[in-house]
Design a protein around this ligand. Structure first.
Ligand SMILES: Cc1cc2nc3c(=O)[nH]c(=O)nc-3n(C[C@H](O)[C@H](O)[C@H](O)COP(=O)(O)OP(=O)(O)OC[C@H]3O[C@@H](n4cnc5c(N)ncnc54)[C@H](O)[C@@H]3O)c2cc1C
Ligand code: SF4
Length: 307
């Protein structure tokens, strides 16, 4: 159906992001394809864990094996929106959730009064009018955590099934933000962790009870004795895709993650983050806070019990 109907149809899982957007006419479609048929389990291995796309965020957040071996992912799932939305929202939907912008996540009437924008119905970007592209912000909490834990998704479409690293699932484009075909369904997520991995996710938002992230850091550390042997740091809500802080990762390898080293790594990690004036609170302050969330995530991961 998705292939046949093209842009006239969309998949719906929990509907927690899609339904409000349909009401605001951010998507205008005539067919919803329900994904209730997706399986709904979490399977443990010693170094990996497979989470079906239909698993709810609440289930993922409370799952004992995820909380122990893949703590950063469980923490991220437990920090999405609010408890009722986590009971309905799925991990597949969270990986595919639309990018956000203050000029786009508004009612139809508001957007009409503002003259619309590139992402829907308009022809300029209201945040950066001279820019040819949309800078809407990747706001999934679990995508950065899945990348930090070497996650890969299974995609199923008319051409069959394929596995894609979560890191390769996104494009740096606020409109065309997913690298999968629109007709492909995410059916599952496989997280990998070298034994001894310690992971954490720290999220900043205005209201801890419900809001999307305005900065977030997912960290996975592997320690050899007391020095870092492996490290992934992935930022949320600072670009149109989850942003990996590669310079900070390279800096940490071979070092003992003490307070001084963590502070320097956090400075490096914040450098590539370039928040724009299209999300909650001031973008200057958000930029400064990226360093803080990375520092807190590194501290938390370094002191976690290894998975
Ligand atoms: C008030 C409020 C606060 C929120 N706060 C947060 C937050 O803090 N962090 C956050 O990350 N999200 C937040 N969300 C968004 C949303 O609740 C979550 O992202 C949720 O995980 C989406 O999952 P869902 O199953 O409801 O997806 P849906 O709404 O059903 O779908 C979302 C998108 O993914 C596509 N899709 C869904 N499942 C699949 C699949 N298996 N394969 C292919 N495409 C698929 C849909 O077509 C749609 O484009 C918030 C939403 C609201 C309304
Ligand atoms: S970044 Fe620009 S084009 Fe994209 S949603 Fe915002 S205003 Fe629209």
């Amino acid at each position: 159906m998705a292939t046949e109907l093209g842009p006239r149809a969309m998949f719906v899982a929990g509907g927690t992001d899609l339904y409000p957007k349909l009401k605001r006419r951010q998507f205008e479609i005539d067919t919803l394809i329900g994904l209730d048929f997706l399986t709904h389990g979490i399977r443990n291995g010693s170094t990996e864990c497979t989470v079906d796309a239909g698993v709810t965020l609440s289930e993922a957040a409370h799952h004992a094996h995820l909380r122990h071996g893949f703590a950063g992912y469980a923490q991220a799932a437990g920090l999405v929106s609010s408890p009722p939305l986590r009971n309905a929202g799925t991990i597949g939907g969270n990986l595919c959730v639309d990018t956000r912008c203050n000029y786009y996540d508004m009612t139809y009437e508001w957007r009409k009064a503002a003259g619309f924008c590139l992402k829907k119905d308009g022809d300029i970007c209201l945040v950066a009018p001279s820019s040819p592209r949309c800078w809407a912000v990747s706001s999934s909490d679990t995508a950065p955590a899945a990348i930090s834990l070497d996650g890969a998704v299974t995609l199923v479409g008319l051409d069959g099934e394929r596995d894609v690293p979560v890191a390769a699932l996104y494009r740096d484009d606020g409109i065309d933000y997913m690298a999968k075909k629109p007709s492909e369904v995410v059916t599952g997520l496989r997280l990998k962790a070298t034994p001894g991995t310690r992971s954490a996710y720290i999220k900043l938002r205005r209201r801890g009870s419900i809001d999307f992230p305005i900065a977030g850091a997912a960290v996975a550390l592997v320690l050899d004795g007391d020095v870092v042997a492996g490290c992934r740091i992935v930022l949320s809500a600072v670009a149109s895709h989850p942003l990996e802080a590669e310079a900070a990762e390279a800096f940490l390898i071979g070092k003992r993650p003490d307070a001084e080293v963590i502070r320097e790594a956090a400075e490096l990690a914040a450098k590539p983050a370039k928040p724009l004036d299209n999300a909650d609170l001031s973008h200057f302050w958000r930029k400064r806070m990226v360093r803080v969330v990375v520092e807190q995530a590194l501290e938390r991961a370094a002191t976690e019990m290894p998975g």
